[in-house]
Design a binder for this molecule. Structure first.
Ligand code: XMP
Length: 319
């Protein structure tokens, strides 16, 4: 792709010019955005870059191990694996307000990065895989009053608080353009096609209070759901699919007994850039099979809902 080839050259030149001989620390989440940003910056400045993968205890099943392994072994990126799940989950205990959750997670991210930036002898720059839609959704509605829809933790305020300057090589790009750039940089197709995953992770898929029990249930339900989607060959047709755990228990029957377990919500949407979205119309057969699998395979779940809300008026995530 000639467009992305020249974007890559320009971006590398800009990064070199901005950063000079200073150190850069990069928040690697394992998502396409931060991965593309990290690889691009690594190409530009090599060993001046250190990546930090923050495990906030809100990742999907086996995600931390897979991401760390891939970047260390296949990409040879300098990578710190910061296991901070106790810190984050401790701070989130008893918190149910969505904005407080996001702000709590955002603040701890700053603390963790600050700690690692100091540990590597001081980084002057912070790299982020911020995309264009992140920038505009966090700022305001065009022509309207300045209203923050959601405080995306990866946008705004971070560098000022940390006394660091931002490197954001993807700030002008939409998601499909980041994927094209990822291909240009040689990332494997299965990785480029991974659905987006939000920085606050499972926190915003667990409305209400977050507990380790709920996170475990959510991880397993999500893994079964995604497995179903892959088995039916639907993964690439869908922009984003995930399970959520709802803040309620409901009554059910299993064998001779009454159950009183959690309800899981399933979400799947099609979208071009995440700004608007339609719910994905699964077949009844797929739905029936998936619900049966989740209830049989995931202990603690006795009911499954499918979210048919488009965006707008809904958002893609639940919080
Ligand atoms: P919403 O829920 O706002 O999500 O319709 C739009 C897209 O953005 C992702 N998202 C986030 N990504 N940090 C991120 O990096 C965040 O705080 C965040 N919140 C939502 C969401 O997964 C979807 O792809």
């Amino acid at each position: 792709d000639w467009t992305m080839a020249s974007y890559r050259e320009d971006a590398i030149a800009k990064i070199r010019e901005q950063v000079g001989d200073k150190k850069v620390i990069c928040a690697l989440s394992g998502g396409v955005d931060s991965s593309v940003a990290a690889i691009l910056i690594h190409e530009a400045i090599g060993a001046q870059l250190t990546c930090v993968f923050v495990d906030h205890g809100l990742l999907r099943l086996n995600e931390a191990q897979e991401v760390v392994k891939m970047f260390r072994e296949a990409y040879n990126l300098p990578l710190i694996h910061a296991d901070e799940s106790d810190l984050f989950l401790g701070a989130l205990e008893g918190v149910s307000d969505p904005e407080v959750k996001r702000k709590t997670i955002g603040k701890l991210f700053i603390d963790v990065f600050d700690k690692h930036a100091k540990a590597i002898g001081g980084a002057e720059f912070l790299a982020q895989g911020t995309l264009y839609p992140d920038v505009i959704e966090s700022v305001s509605f065009a022509g309207g009053p300045s209203v923050t829809i959601k405080s995306h933790h990866n946008v705004g305020g971070l560098p000022e608080k940390m006394g660091m300057k931002l490197v954001e090589p993807l700030r002008e790009l939409f998601k499909d353009e980041v994927r094209a750039l990822g291909r240009e940089l040689g990332l494997p197709e299965h990785f480029i096609r991974r659905h987006p995953f939000p920085g606050p992770g499972l926190a915003i898929r667990c409305p209400g209070e977050i507990t380790r029990e709920k996170l475990d249930i959510l991880r397993h339900a999500d893994a079964v759901y995604i497995d179903q989607i892959r088995k039916h060959g639907l993964y690439d047709e869908i922009w984003q699919a995930f399970a959520a755990i709802l803040p309620m228990r409901t009554v059910g029957v299993m064998g001779d007994g009454r159950t009183y377990d959690f309800a899981v919500g399933l979400r799947a949407v099609t979208s071009v850039d995440g700004m608007t979205a339609d719910y994905y119309p699964f077949t009844h057969e797929f739905m029936g099979e998936t619900v049966t699998r989740i209830i049989n395979e995931v202990k603690g779940v006795n009911r499954v809902f499918y979210d048919c809300t488009s965006k707008p008026p809904g958002t893609i995530e639940l919080e």
